[in-house]
Write a protein that binds this ligand. Structure first.
Ligand SMILES: [Zn+2]
Length: 145
């Protein structure tokens, strides 16, 4: 995926203000280093809305981290938090970790299915859908190579 300036967009985590009152940390966004702008990944907006609504009409807590709710945020956070990981090759590392997580979830899915555990199955389905939102954008990672 490319910016309107033709620069490749990069996956990063940003803090996003939602409806002025809620601060959401570790939101996966697509960043253009040239224009210094970022945009939300398609479908992320509805996810943010969903988790903000979970806070209730008058939330005591007005800040939370997407990594606690969203597989993609969790995977990126894990890669960025890994101090041994050099800045170079970060995109490939993130892509690799996303694929690893998908494989892990698919294994869990097969296990849950064999146990006929409907609650677990739907939980894994939701996690997989959170990761699959980025798959159409994956060519981001190969654009500069
Ligand atoms: Zn741009």
């Amino acid at each position: 995926m490319k910016c309107s300036c033709e620069q490749s967009l990069k996956l990063e985590l940003r803090t996003v203000k939602y409806a002025r009152s809620v601060t959401i940390r570790h939101v996966p966004v697509l960043v253009c280093n040239q224009c210094l702008t970022y945009e939300l990944i398609p479908t992320m907006r509805s996810d943010l809305k969903k988790y903000v609504e979970l806070l209730g009409p008058r939330p005591k807590q007005t800040t939370f981290s997407m990594k606690d709710y969203h597989e993609l945020a969790d995977v990126i956070y894990g890669v960025l938090a890994d101090a041994a990981c050099p800045n170079e090759g970060l995109d490939a590392k993130i892509e690799h970790e996303i694929q690893e997580r998908i494989n892990l979830l698919l294994d869990m899915y097969r296990l849950a299915e064999s146990m006929n555990d409907d609650g677990w199955i739907s939980d894994i389905r939701q996690r997989l859908s959170q990761l699959s939102v980025i798959l159409p954008e994956m060519n981001v990672f190969h654009a500069d190579v």
